[in-house]
Design a protein around this ligand. Structure first.
Ligand SMILES: [Zn+2]
Length: 273
């Protein structure tokens, strides 16, 4: 599933193409990916709208229109937004096609867990889930206190804690494993067992990991592509994720794989305490 760095990279890859363009038509082939409003209103309300800018919140991509309305996309497992020229072949499972003045924006999704919403300028967003998100880890103000305040009394694993989008926005399985490896903390530790200095180490580990993944244009194991259809390269730089059974890149010990918070989880039994 694309996480914060992949969505940030998607945003950056679409930014040269979308702002300033008017949406001329929208072709809907699978209306179930549109969660709000109904598909007919979605098409009617978007046609003629001019795109102003793009932004990201957690794992959500937001396309802002000049009139204040906002197209929101959450790609979940296999969603992809691709900008292309009309003559370029589309990906299989393309469900939506936005015809722009120049080029097309296509939404494809093999498993169809992804969601798109259109929010009118006067509407309160109580349906996308964005209102419940915790702080952005790359914004000023993110600190150990943000994590401690929300997690220090919880009797759940620290991995589950940092996967909670209401605690910190944008981490998924990849970057949770990477952050805990970098911080030297076992993923199965209870939140309530972390000492103050461990919260500090963990909070300090998260932004550099995300920034470095953005520099490498995201992690592409199978599905993730940016808005121009390119794979990222961060999979070559991962220290923990999917490295179970392989030697730790820091100490040489055999990395272990287990399940924490219902997710496949890799860690070094020697480097992580
Ligand atoms: Zn190690």
């Amino acid at each position: 599933m694309p996480e914060l760095p992949e969505i940030e990279n998607l945003k950056r890859s679409l930014e040269p193409y979308l702002p300033g363009q008017r949406i001329q038509s929208v072709e809907v082939r699978r209306s179930e990916v549109i969660k709000h409003p109904d598909a007919d209103s979605f098409v009617r309300d978007l046609c003629g709208k001019q795109i102003k800018s793009l932004s990201r919140r957690g794992k959500y991509l937001r396309i802002h229109m000049e009139d204040g309305s906002m197209l929101v996309a959450h790609l979940r497992m296999t969603g992809r937004l691709l900008y292309s020229e009309p003559e370029q072949a589309e990906l299989p499972h393309t469900h939506l096609c936005f015809q722009l003045e120049n080029g097309l924006l296509r939404y494809s999704d093999v498993r169809r867990f992804g969601c798109l919403w259109l929010i009118a300028p006067w509407e309160d967003d109580d349906f996308t889930g964005m209102a419940k998100l915790g702080p952005e880890p790359l914004e000023e103000g993110f600190s150990a206190a943000c994590l401690m305040q929300r997690l220090s009394s919880r009797k759940t694993s620290i991995k589950q804690g940092i996967l909670d989008q209401g605690v910190i926005a944008g981490l998924g399985n990849i970057y949770a494993d990477e952050a805990l490896f970098e911080a030297g903390i076992l993923p199965q530790r209870l939140c309530s067992s972390l000492r103050p200095e461990e919260w500090q180490t963990l909070a300090a580990a998260i932004p550099p990991i995300l920034n470095s993944a953005i520099q490498h244009r995201g992690t592409s194991f199978s599905d993730y592509l940016d808005g121009e259809g390119r794979k990222g390269e961060n999979q070559m730089f991962l220290m923990a994720y999917q490295r179970g059974g392989e030697p730790c890149l820091r100490c040489g010990a055999r990395m272990e794989k287990t399940r924490v918070a219902g997710r496949g989880t890799c860690f070094c039994p020697r480097c992580q305490k």
